[in-house]
Design a protein around this ligand. Structure first.
Ligand code: NDP
Length: 246
């Protein structure tokens, strides 16, 4: 397989997803992204990238809902044409110590982060299998590798994504489809900006490289996993965390 022609990114209107969309579009790759709440941001991003010559489209879709995902993917394949790369990026946090965890916060995180990956991949994988090509890149987290206080829900969802990645990699390897994951440490997006200042300072002290990561740091690794150079890699998790978990 050569480099991807058309990549679907979930949660592409802001944060890491947006960085991935911009990175791919600036290299002439067609990108379609899904958003849930950020309609205005999505529309502005599409318009801005069109002005720069990018081929980018956006569709509203809540990845928690299987029927909505199925419909969105059918529409995208029909209107935008075949897809050969998928980046499962959409994700949320709802932190609380377990003894104070609300059922809805547990469910929301598992449904968005883990069911979201399941729904989107499940509804696209037959397309990849029919074409005997495809790249799946799942955005997990260092939280899927180590424990983090106050994040039982988030860590469980991200560790689940790693198990999903490895198992699916085995299922589709013969068909020329690769499935890998990226595990970022702390990246400069709203997810980290929303942490209390003292917590951010404390986290920064623990990063050996002495800085928080950028969306560009993540986008480059995602592009590698979508591209031809990584063709013999599957079922892997690439950690990029400035040395945090070394
Ligand atoms: P942001 O909070 O900046 O963005 C979250 C994204 O997820 C938004 O695009 C949002 O879309 C989308 N999203 C949330 N819920 C849904 C849903 N139900 N359906 C569709 N889209 C949804 O987060 P980041 O960019 O920081 O995080 C992106 C990914 O990277 C997540 O999976 C996160 O867990 C992971 N990650 C982040 C790290 C960090 O330090 N920032 C570190 C490690 C991993 P919309 O705005 O349209 O609702």
């Amino acid at each position: 397989m050569s480099d991807p022609q058309h990549v679907l990114v979930t949660g592409g209107a802001r944060g890491i997803g947006r960085g991935i969309v911009e990175d791919l579009a600036s290299r002439g790759i067609k990108v379609t992204f899904l958003y849930r709440g950020s309609q205005e941001l999505a529309e502005r991003l599409v318009a801005g990238l069109h002005e720069q010559g990018g081929d980018v489209s956006a569709y509203p879709c809540d990845v928690r809902r299987s029927d909505a995902v199925k419909e969105a993917i059918a529409t995208i394949l029909d209107r935008e044409g075949p897809v050969d790369g998928l980046v499962n990026n959409a994700g949320i946090t709802r932190d609380a110590l377990l003894f104070m965890m609300k059922d809805e916060n547990w469910a929301d995180v598992i449904e968005t982060n883990l069911y979201g990956v399941y729904h989107v991949t499940r509804h696209l994988i037959s397309h990849f299998l029919r074409r005997k090509q495809g790249r799946v890149v799942n955005i997990t987290s260092v939280a899927g590798l180590v424990g983090i206080m106050g994040q039982t829900n988030y860590c469980a969802s991200k560790a689940g994504i790693i198990g999903f990645t490895k198992s699916l990699a085995l299922e589709v390897a013969k068909q020329g489809i690769t499935v890998n994951a990226v595990a970022p440490g702390y990246i400069d997006t709203e997810m980290v900006a929303n942490l209390p200042e003292a917590k951010r300072e404390e986290l920064l002290k623990r990063v050996p490289m002495g800085r928080i990561g950028t969306v560009r740091d993540v986008a480059g690794v995602v592009r590698f996993l979508l591209g031809d150079e990584s063709r013999y890699m599957t079922g892997q998790v690439i950690t990029l965390d400035g040395g945090l978990t070394v």
